[in-house]
Design a protein around this ligand. Structure first.
Ligand code: PHE
Length: 426
């Protein structure tokens, strides 16, 4: 079943290349237009400064940032041990060019190739794509940094890890940081078959120490002078480790940081699965990997209230930032919002995924849409038709929208819904 309804064209063009479409194609022109932008590589952009700050914490790592987002589902999922029925594969969750190509949903996609390349410690920054709801903190394109380090799986390697752990522990002991920890390995967060539990534990410990040091640099001490906050000075940086699960790491963890009164989810990580290294043709190694989202962190560090702002071309936004400095965003003005409801019947027994609705709105309204909420849904007992009502909130970041303009956009949304999903507007 197609997720976006009838297709208009047999090929689509991305970055000057033509690709055949098929019945699972769901990438939209609005998404295609983001592919060349590469915000993480734009001088002065907040995402680029944050990337550099993270890179400066790992000066002896290889720093990669120019890999194409067009990958095979095999690379994005199978190579990383995702099961065949993993929900991330669904056309409602990921953007497909056709059944053989998609936009990467995470930077982990490149783990195998990077390890195969012979790199043993590396950071990789890239744009990633996920179909999602529309609100101030969700955008279908965002940026991740993946980091990894692998050691020789022998006595010398273990010694290296343990010495590094002792060094990092001594460094952290002097810092104003409070860490809530979980065991390095446990029954619920197991050591992998074929890994020495002692070595796996030491690697997990190294991962935690390395990331605690990095987080301290981003949120605390090291940002003194480039961002004005109390964390790490008078107030301790609070970091919380949680057991987690990823198909391509074990044990696995998530990290949260307490910042401005809230626990923020920062990253996922773990001890790299042996299967990943085997596929990469890397033998006799053990190590860790992590992946973090840049937008969420940049939003709090720069006080940027809406994720759409990262994509703004408005000089009032762009001119506020300087490479290498984290400064508080000064809102230039908030323009009025305008909401419109649309209620409709779907064809008998049909359903419509919220993400399909959001992609229609996103494709027509672009960044003029601030959020979308489903405010009502029911199935008519006799006709078996589903009724949906969505509320679309329109607001420009840069100017006032006229009523006429919003009505016009809303009309186009309705037309597209009728055309693509055969809905009957109520
Ligand atoms: N790729 C994972 C995500 O996007 C994060 C991750 C990276 C987890 C590396 C473990 C190791 O959620």
């Amino acid at each position: 079943m197609s997720s976006t309804g009838p297709l208009l064209s047999k090929t689509i063009e991305i970055m000057g290349e033509k690709y055949p479409t098929d019945n699972i194609t769901n990438i939209t022109p609005s998404i295609i237009s983001k592919v060349p932008l590469r915000l993480h590589a734009r001088p002065n952009h907040p995402l680029s400064t944050l990337r550099s700050l993270i890179e400066s914490t790992y000066p002896d790592f290889a720093h990669l940032s120019s890999l194409s987002p067009i990958v095979t589902p095999f690379k994005n999922f199978d190579e990383l041990s995702f099961p065949a029925d993993h929900p991330g594969r669904a056309v409602t969750d990921s953007y497909y060019i056709n059944k053989d190509l998609m936009l990467r949903t995470h930077t982990s996609t490149h783990e195998v190739d990077t390890f195969r390349d012979g790199k043993t410690k590396w950071l990789l920054t890239a744009d990633v794509y996920r179909r999602d709801e529309i609100d101030a903190s969700h955008y279908p394109v965002f940026h991740q940094v993946e980091g990894a380090k692998i050691f020789d799986a022998n006595a010398d390697g273990l010694k290296e890890v343990e010495e590094d752990n002792a060094r990092l522990e001594a460094l952290l002991a002097k810092e104003n940081i409070v860490i809530e920890d979980v065991p390095n390995v446990s029954d619920t967060n197991p050591v992998q078959e074929g890994h020495d539990p002692k070595f796996s534990g030491a690697v997990a410990r190294n991962l935690k120490l390395s990331l605690n040091t990095m987080l301290l640099k981003i949120f605390g001490q090291a940002t003194r002078g480039i961002v004005d906050n109390k964390v790490g000075k008078e107030e301790p940086l609070r970091v919380r480790w949680i057991e987690s699960y990823f198909p391509f790491t074990s044990p696995s963890f998530e990290v949260e940081v307490f910042y401005q009164g809230e626990w923020l989810e920062i990253l996922g990580c773990g001890v790299v699965k042996r299967a990943t290294l085997d596929t990469a043709g890397v033998q006799g190694k053990i190590g860790w990997a992590f992946g973090l989202g840049l937008e969420r962190i940049a939003m709090v560090l720069y006080s940027i209230p809406d994720i759409r702002l990262f994509w703004s071309m408005d000089e009032r936004f762009l001119s506020q930032f300087e490479q290498g400095r984290i400064t508080t965003f000064k809102p230039y003005s908030k323009y009025p919002s305008c909401f419109k409801d649309v209620s409709f019947w779907l064809p008998q027994y049909a359903s419509l995924h919220d993400n399909d609705f959001c992609d229609v709105v996103r494709d027509i309204a672009g960044d003029l849409v601030e959020d979308v909420k489903k405010i009502d849904q029911f199935v008519h007992p006799k006709t078996n038709r589903t009724s949906n009502c969505f509320r679309i909130n329109y607001r420009s970041m840069d100017r006032s929208l006229s009523n006429e303009e919003v009505n016009d956009i809303q009309d186009q949304v309705v037309l597209r819904l009728k055309d693509q999903f055969q809905v009957e507007v109520r």
